[in-house]
Ligand binder design. Structure first.
Ligand code: SF4
Length: 314
């Protein structure tokens, strides 16, 4: 069975996303050194056959290609670059990343237009670069995936974004409900500015997913529980996350357990729900801010809601 190492190389980034889950870490925590990262790759290899380089933005590092080559020489089967995608706008950079051994690419795209995406990343030109990055990777034979953070700024745009993503011939796209960081949670103005209600985003998420499904693209939704996704339950990412460890400031050996016990939260009514055993619940900050009224247990003898129209997954 696959086991994944998520390796956070540092928190430096050339985007400044309004919702960044890493909060102010970029100003507090220095990047890991090349030697530190290579030592982690070597030490953790016996227990992991996949590595995800993440952060921060790993492609900004001068040692980026050396790190990828190191992972390849150690025999990692899957070498994934989790990225804002901007450096991949340069075709030579893409070629060199692939030649070095990168074979999986997860890019962040948060809107179907410059106005929406750049408004969220606060990095003018980032939309054009990320979209070009996807085009370059596809042209070079890769099948990238994308992640979109759902916020107040972009939830109504999800169907249009899905149409764009389908036209780019991705392998997969995912919509991930915003994980509210401590900076946002502490500031009521930021909460009301950025965090939408799950019940409000639901129809837009479903329409976007359905667009991907209709085009035969693998689609996922993260951090929206079963009770809010009637008819689309099989697309919840909770069901597909592989066993994973995370190396950040500390090493978390069983990250899935850590996420369930420390990151997510179940509500007072969840024990009455038919999905109680499978469901991780929302990120805990959401019900801590908004309560549980949107989460209605699904009766144990209730059939799942209307199924998505076509369920073609590649
Ligand atoms: S277990 Fe709770 S959060 Fe999960 S689907 Fe059921 S009611 Fe919703």
């Amino acid at each position: 069975m696959s086991h994944r190492l998520d390796l956070k190389v540092g928190y430096r980034c050339n985007n400044h996303c309004r919702f960044c889950v890493q909060g102010d870490k970029r100003s507090r925590i220095p990047d890991k050194s090349t030697a530190q990262i290579m030592a982690v790759l070597e030490t953790r290899r016996p227990d992991n056959d996949e590595v995800v380089f993440t952060g921060g933005e790993v492609t900004l590092r001068k040692d980026f290609f050396a790190l990828v080559r190191c992972a390849r020489s150690l025999g990692y089967r899957s070498i994934c670059i989790q990225t804002n995608g901007r450096m991949f706008a340069y075709e030579e950079f893409c070629k060199k990343a692939i030649e070095s051994g990168a074979n999986s690419f997860g890019l962040a795209l948060h809107g179907s237009t410059s106005e929406i995406h750049d408004g969220l990343t606060r990095a003018p030109g980032s939309f054009e670069q990320t979209v070009q990055g996807i085009r370059n990777l596809v042209k070079l034979g890769q099948r990238p995936s994308t992640n979109t953070v759902i916020t107040r700024y972009n939830y109504a745009d999800l169907p249009a974004l899905a149409r764009l993503l389908c036209s780019l011939r991705l392998r997969q796209f995912q919509f991930a409900f915003i994980h509210i960081n401590q900076l946002i949670k502490a500031d009521p103005r930021l909460v009301s500015e950025i965090v939408p209600r799950k019940s409000v985003v639901e129809p837009y998420v479903k329409e976007g997913l359905q667009t991907g499904i209709d085009h035969g693209i693998r689609v996922m939704v993260e951090a929206i529980p079963y009770c809010c996704m009637s008819g689309y339950e099989e697309y919840l990412s909770d069901k597909y996350i592989p066993e994973a460890s995370v190396q950040e400031e500390i090493f978390i050996e069983d990250f899935n357990r850590h996420r369930r016990e420390k990151g997510k939260l179940k509500g007072p009514c969840c024990s009455a729900c038919r999905y109680d055993a499978a469901c991780e619940g929302p990120w805990r900050e959401y019900p801590e801010l908004f309560g549980w009224e949107e989460f209605k247990p699904v009766a144990k003898d209730e059939r799942a809601g209307r199924k998505a129209r076509v369920c073609v997954q590649q």
